[in-house]
Design a protein around this ligand. Structure first.
Ligand code: ADP
Length: 263
C-alpha cells in the first residue's frame, strides 16, 4: 500500500477489548511455541475468540502445531488469516517462499509485525497471542511500541541457566513499561508409571524467574503453571492436533488448560 498512511492497529486503540499476550523466552527450545499453540487452542475451546501471530522468525512452528493447512487469502487490501481449531493464525512462515532461512533485520521485522497487526482482518478478538522469537531482541521493543497494552508471558524450563536468560527477556518489560502477566515453567518433570516425578531439567527455574521479576519490576509476577514433559504434547504438536484438544486428560494438557483458564 505504497504511499498510503499506515492503517491503525485495532489492538492499540484506547478502549480495545482484546487482551494481547506476547509470549517470550530467553532461549529457543523451551517450548514457547508449544505453550502458545496450546493456550490458543484451549482458550478457543473455552469460547473465546482467539488469534495468534507467529512472529518467531527462527522457528515459525505455530502453523504446524495448530494444523493450519490453508494459506492466507487477500480481500481488497486486507489479509484474511487461515483458521484452525477455531484459532485465526498468521505466521511469518506463510510469507517466506519454500523452507528458506530468514535473515531479517530489526526494521523489517518491525514492519512485518506492524502489517500482521494492522492489515490482517482479525475481526473482534478476545485474546491475541504473539509468539515472539527467543531472546531479548528488537521485536520485544516493537511489540511495546505497536501495542503498548500488550502483556508479557515468560516461558522457561526449570533449569537455572534457562531461568537466568528468561529473567533478562522479562526484564525488558521494565524498560518498555509493559505488564508481565506471569511465568510459565515448561518441561517441569516427567511423571513415571509409578507416579513419581523425575525432574530431568532440575527444579525451581519458574519460581526463581517469577521471584526475580517481582523484585525487578516491583509488582507481583506469578508463576502461572508448571507443564510436565509429556509425549502426548510433542505428538500433538507434530500432527497439528494440540494436546489440550486431542488428549485433554494427559498431564501436560491438564496443566495447560489450567493456565488458559487463569489468564
Ligand atoms: P520453542 O518455541 O521454545 O523453541 P518448541 O515449542 O518448538 O520450543 O518446543 C521444542 C520441542 O520440544 C518441540 O519438539 C516440542 O514438541 C517439544 N516440547 C515442548 N514442550 C514439551 C513438553 N512439555 N513435553 C514434551 N515435549 C515438549
Amino acid at each position: 500500500r505504497g504511499g498510503q498512511a499506515e492503517r491503525e492497529i485495532p489492538f492499540a486503540k484506547p478502549g480495545s477489548l482484546t487482551r494481547v499476550y506476547a509470549v517470550a523466552s530467553g532461549k529457543g527450545g523451551v517450548g514457547k511455541s508449544s505453550v502458545t499453540a496450546n493456550l490458543a487452542a484451549a482458550m478457543a475451546e473455552n469460547g473465546l475468540r482467539v488469534g495468534v501471530v507467529d512472529a518467531d522468525i527462527y522457528g515459525f512452528s505455530i502453523p504446524r502445531m495448530l494444523g493450519v493447512t490453508n494459506r492466507p487469502t487477500q480481500v481488497d487490501d486486507m489479509i484474511l488469516p487461515p483458521i484452525a481449531h477455531e484459532v485465526k493464525v498468521i505466521s511469518i512462515g506463510m510469507f517466506v517462499p519454500g523452507n528458506q532461512p530468514v535473515v531479517w533485520r530489526g526494521p523489517m521485522l518491525h514492519r512485518a509485525l506492524q502489517q500482521f497487526l494492522a492489515d490482517v482482518f482479525w475481526g473482534d478478538l478476545d485474546v491475541l497471542l504473539l509468539d515472539l522469537p527467543p531472546g531479548t531482541g528488537d521485536i520485544a521493543i516493537s511489540v511495546a511500541q505497536l501495542i503498548p497494552g500488550a502483556e508479557i508471558l515468560v516461558v522457561t524450563t526449570p533449569q537455572q541457566a534457562a531461568a537466568e536468560v528468561a529473567e533478562r527477556a522479562g526484564a525488558i518489560a521494565v524498560q518498555t513499561h509493559q505488564r508481565i502477566a506471569g511465568v510459565i515453567e515448561n518441561m517441569s518433570w516427567l511423571e513415571l508409571p509409578d507416579g513419581t516425578r523425575q525432574e530431568i531439567f532440575g527444579s525451581g527455574g519458574g519460581a526463581d524467574v517469577a521471584a526475580s521479576l517481582t523484585r525487578t519490576i516491583g509488582a507481583d509476577v506469578p508463576l502461572l503453571g508448571q507443564i510436565p514433559l509429556d509425549t502426548a504434547l510433542r505428538e500433538g504438536s507434530d500432527t497439528g492436533d494440540p494436546v489440550v484438544l486431542g488428549r485433554p486428560d494427559t498431564p501436560a494438557a491438564v496443566a495447560l488448560r489450567g493456565v488458559a483458564r487463569g489468564l
